[in-house]
Write a protein that binds this ligand. Structure first.
Ligand SMILES: CC(C)(COP(=O)(O)OP(=O)(O)OC[C@H]1O[C@@H](n2cnc3c(N)ncnc32)[C@H](O)[C@@H]1OP(=O)(O)O)[C@@H](O)C(=O)NCCC(=O)NCCS
Length: 184
């Protein structure tokens, strides 16, 4: 695989097989291969985006984030620094060498915000406009519009109260197995 030139970015690695939208900005030392990046998105320094990942339009991916194969990110999503996505919740060397590991896709809905240092485990769906607190480990689906924090990530009643609303008011008709709640 070859790499294309990004004007003014000597060390930005963008593979020939990357589908880059219009007016995408890729900062120095990013490493992108086999992925799709939507119009007007910005990819920060030291970000890696793997083959098979899809990023929507107008997204902001901050520095040091890792986005793996199987991750789909819709439009207008903010991803903080050092966010790690996971696509295999039970990795082992033998299966990896044999190429028989099972990929667990991740989906992030439009307008979601993911705080720095969050870890998003495989198979998780993050709803549109949800907020993931910094440092959270997201192990289960997050409803649209909900704010979750902590390890494992849970809806915080205290934060929801500050927003003056029921954190689960935007739940899907068939809510995912989300989040217990952190009291008070
Ligand atoms: C989750 C978040 C959105 C909540 O913000 P907020 O509504 O202003 O909440 P507050 O800061 O007033 O904190 C409310 C409570 O939640 C707790 N809290 C806030 N963020 C938390 C987090 N990430 N993890 C665990 N608890 C958190 C606070 O300690 C506080 O609890 P307390 O009342 O017992 O002291 C925010 O704290 C956050 O993590 N944002 C991500 C920012 C980020 O990573 N940006 C990336 C690029 S700069």
């Amino acid at each position: 695989m070859g790499y294309r030139e990004i004007p003014g970015r000597k060390f930005a690695l963008v593979g020939d097989d990357v589908q880059l939208g219009r007016d995408v900005i890729v900062y120095e030392f990013a490493n992108l291969y086999g992925c799709t990046i939507g119009d007007e998105s910005r990819i920060g320094t030291f970000v890696e985006i793997q083959r098979g990942a899809t990023i929507g339009r107008r997204c902001r991916i901050q520095s040091h984030t890792f986005i793996c194969d199987g991750v789909t990110i819709e439009d207008d999503v903010f991803i903080g620094h050092g966010v790690v996505f996971v696509n295999d919740n039970h990795p082992n060397v033998a299966d990896t060498i044999a190429g028989i590991w099972t990929k667990s896709p991740v989906h992030v809905g439009a307008g979601a915000n993911i705080g720095s240092g969050a870890i998003i485990l495989g198979g998780v769906n993050i709803g549109a406009k949800a907020t993931i607190g910094a440092g959270a480990v997201v192990t289960r689906d997050v409803p649209p519009g909900a704010t979750v924090v902590g390890v494992p990530a849970r809806v915080s009643l205290r934060i929801a109260a500050m927003f003056g609303s029921d954190p689960t008011s935007d739940l899907d008709p068939s809510p995912p197995a989300t989040a217990g709640e952190i009291p008070g």
